[in-house]
Design a protein around this ligand. Structure first.
Ligand code: NAD
Length: 257
């Protein structure tokens, strides 16, 4: 039975996290909102302004210049400037201090790695790399001139595609395997800033719960998980709640108990 406690039961969350043997953080676009990156869905979501077909692999292959023009505007004009926020940093500290086993992220922004997390499964790839559609040669996106679109491969001349998962593409097999493993071994799944609408990523929190994990959720709004899967809902922004969790988790007085 879900406990909805506005800005609330941090103490309970800290108790659960402290006792956990293996915690997995499962993150969505919401954790990066306070780094200045808009989510896809919701009131401020980008799909209110753009047609999602630009990220369909079939459309991209047929219309690379049209897709790239929007992709550049959506991702490459400002993502490089985004920095990890306090929520990313607390997850990195938790991993370093043995309180977090893995991050499964649906994000493509690289901010978990930039904050310092090492055990990151990128369910939808990463935008910092571009890959040639023909010869698979990889490029660092920041070094590619995006003034002329679409960008092309220096080796074979074919189109470069951002190395994140487009609609119609498969999930990277390593991320899939690591997610199955995490859903099998975790005793806590910490959901941060995800609607639960994106398949197949959304199957992992219920799977973890079925395997005995406690589900803690952080989100300013209820999600599809809140009344179905979540055990403890902490309503609020990722940075605000994660800073409180950090204070509880690493406070010497509490650690003495
Ligand atoms: P979503 O866009 O569907 O939902 C965002 C969620 O974040 C919502 O539930 C919203 O209430 C919550 N949220 C908003 N502000 C928040 C805050 N300050 N703190 C915590 N939560 C907050 O996100 P999704 O379910 O992760 O799916 C979108 C897909 O789009 C992802 O799979 C990802 O591939 C891609 N995406 C990635 C990025 C990124 O890399 N930063 C950004 C947008 C979209």
């Amino acid at each position: 039975m879900v406990k909805i406690t506005p800005s609330g039961n941090i103490t309970e969350a800290v108790r659960i996290l402290r006792q956990s043997r293996f915690t997995t953080a499962f993150t969505g676009a919401g954790i990066s909102v306070e780094s200045g990156i808009p989510p896809f869905r919701g009131k401020e979501g980008i799909w209110n302004h753009y047609d999602p077909k630009v990220l369909d692999i079939g459309f991209f292959i047929e219309n690379p210049a049209r897709s790239w023009a929007i992709i550049k505007e959506l991702f490459y004009n400002f993502y490089h400037a985004a920095q990890p926020n306090a929520a990313h940093r607390v997850l990195a500290r938790m991993e370093k201090e043995g309180k977090l086993g893995r991050v499964i992220t649906q994000n493509i922004d690289n901010l978990h790695q930039e904050a310092g997390n090492k055990m990151v499964s990128e369910f939808h790839g990463n935008l910092k790399k571009l890959k040639c559609l023909s010869c698979d040669r990889e490029y660092n996106a920041i070094k590619i001139n995006l003034e002329e679109l679409p960008p092309t491969c220096r080796e074979c001349g074919d189109i470069l595609k951002p190395d994140f998962v487009f609609f119609g593409e498969s999930i990277p097999s390593s991320a899939l395997m690591e997610s199955y493993e995490a859903a099998g071994i975790s005793d806590v799944f910490l959901l941060i800033g995800t609607t639960g609408e994106v398949m197949p990523a959304n199957q992992f929190p219920p799977m973890a719960k079925a395997n005995g994990a406690t589900i803690i959720e952080i989100n300013p709004e209820p999600s599809l998980y809140t009344n179905t899967t979540t055990d403890l809902f902490l309503q609020g922004k990722a940075t605000e709640i994660m800073k409180k969790i950090e204070a509880g988790l690493f406070s010497p007085s509490l650690n003495d108990n």
